[in-house]
Design a protein around this ligand. Structure first.
Ligand SMILES: [Zn+2]
Length: 481
């Protein structure tokens, strides 16, 4: 029903393009050979990226606005996912902008002209609460992963798509506070979130880099919050010093969210990541979500099939960080990983060969715990490989990321050769599980490495099939394969 309403609005929308009359002619003034200006019609252009979205939500009336800035595009049109939003107005420069619903989808095409400059539009809309982790929830939190951003605001949901976001939340009930970041540096759409509850902030400390770490807990959760975050500042500092500077501001932390009974884990809503109340006392979960600030968020995956590249990496990093800052805790985490791995059937594969065709929930091939457990081996294998080669310290993934984030960017390729950062086999069962692993490698593309359809905007994508033959201008660090 909701979608039907939207389609009705779309059909009723007149192509509202202002045709500027040209004053050519007969007054003796210089003339311009203007061609007839044809009205622009809504045109699909999913490759036209979004560089920034400014969002405002009233959580009482469910009214919202989005100011969306598209990247320059040599082709006309633009495409947005709009889920089950009710679109009230779509405007460009204060005038109605024509759009059309793509039949059978929750996608709209816009009548935007090609432009060599960024183009901004304004959309007023209403959103709805959802159950089942697919948008805003009546319990006060939002959950957009993996591709439900369209149920909260007009968006692009691909994990490789990154954009800057600003967020305002009003209409918060008395006695509660909304915890959310007002700004998010370039990130995937699902990274944006808020949670509204009777929160208390517990400051945990500040890292050497000046990042203030807190935990927001609900009544009765203080002890759980203290247990789960006992080493969070130290672990975060280890991530900052081992991988590189944090990208999403100088105030971060865990927000306990009321996902409901039986819900565990967390979600990488940096800089204020969510942890289910059921996992609030888990140090591994808190550090895992923190590590996503570097992998999954700070550096994005290309497609959902590559989920193992972010989940495996941060699962490894959580164990590694806790190993360093709290060895007893770390040892227990590694033991839990080993136990979990032992329970996974040997033929389980976690890295589909395709990119962009497998639904993340399809056949449990991508979204499963095995992704985490086997992904740990992928990352740990890199570390072990380095040790075998007499190069102690961070594994490839860390080494590469630090170089990406650090101050040595200009020398990256030189360093890559000098340190022999070449791909090598991982001597773990992971290689056996992925018969095609030899053909794959993870590359960390630096900023300004455009992906297909990009236009030179800063892109941070974990990619594959690109390798160091990629034409991207950035540093490319091979993943052990
Ligand atoms: Zn994760």
């Amino acid at each position: 029903m909701v979608r039907a309403e939207m389609r009705t609005l779309a059909l009723a929308t007149v192509v509202a393009v202002v045709t500027v009359a040209s004053a050519c002619g007969d007054d003796g003034s210089p003339t311009t050979p203007d061609a007839p200006v044809a009205p622009i019609t809504p045109t699909p252009n999913p490759a036209r990226g979004i560089s920034e979205t400014k969002l405002s939500f009233d959580v009482t009336t469910f009214a919202a606005t989005a100011q969306i800035t598209f990247e320059p595009s040599t082709a006309p049109g633009a495409t947005l996912e709009v889920g089950d939003l009710t679109l009230d107005t779509v405007q460009q420069g204060g005038a109605a902008l024509a759009f059309a619903v793509k039949p059978g989808t929750n996608v709209i095409d816009l009548a935007l002209d090609a432009s060599d400059a960024p183009v901004t539009i304004d959309i007023a809309f209403h959103y709805k609460n959802h159950t089942g982790f697919a948008g805003a929830a009546a319990a006060g939190y939002t959950f957009l992963w993996p591709y439900y951003c369209g149920n909260l605001f007009p968006c692009h949901s691909q994990p490789r798509d990154g954009l800057a976001m600003t967020l305002a939340v009003t209409g918060v009930p008395a006695g509660k506070i909304a915890v959310f970041p007002q700004t998010i540096a370039e990130a995937p759409s699902y990274q944006l979130a808020w949670s509204i509850d009777a929160y208390t902030e517990l400051p945990l400390g500040t890292t050497a880099a000046g990042t203030q770490v807190s935990v927001w807990y609900r009544p009765t959760e203080l002890a759980l919050a203290q247990t789960g975050t006992a080493n969070l500042v130290a672990a975060f500092q280890w991530l900052e010093t081992t991988i590189g500077p944090y990208r999403f501001g100088n105030k971060v932390g865990t927000v306990s969210v009321k996902w409901g009974p039986g819900a565990y884990g967390g979600m990488e809503h940096h800089p204020l990541w969510h942890v289910s109340a059921g996992s609030l006392d888990s140090q591994e979960t808190n550090v895992h979500e923190a590590a996503h600030g570097w992998f999954g968020d700070g550096i994005r995956i290309e497609c959902w099939e590559d989920f193992v590249l972010s989940e495996g990496t941060v699962t490894y990093l959580a164990g590694r960080a806790l190993d360093v800052v709290a060895p007893t805790v770390g040892a227990a985490v590694w033991q839990s990983y080993a136990s979990e791995l032992a329970g996974i059937p040997a033929p389980t594969r976690v890295w589909p060969q395709s990119c962009g065709t497998v639904d993340i929930f399809e056949g449990r091939s991508v979204h499963q715990r095995a992704v985490h457990a086997r992904g740990v081996l992928l990352s740990r294998g890199g570390a072990e490989g380095r040790r075998r080669q007499g190069r102690p310290g961070a594994p490839h993934v860390l080494h590469g990321a630090r170089r990406q984030d650090g101050a040595h960017g200009g020398h990256a390729r030189h360093d890559q050769d000098r340190h022999g950062l070449r791909r090598h086999r991982v001597h773990s069962d992971l290689a056996d599980q992925h018969h095609h692993a030899h053909a794959r490698r993870l590359s960390v593309a630096r900023t300004r490495c455009p992906h297909a359809g990009g236009h030179g905007q800063a892109r941070r994508v974990i990619t594959r099939g690109c390798g160091w033959r990629c034409s991207c201008s950035g540093r490319l660090v091979p993943w052990p394969s």
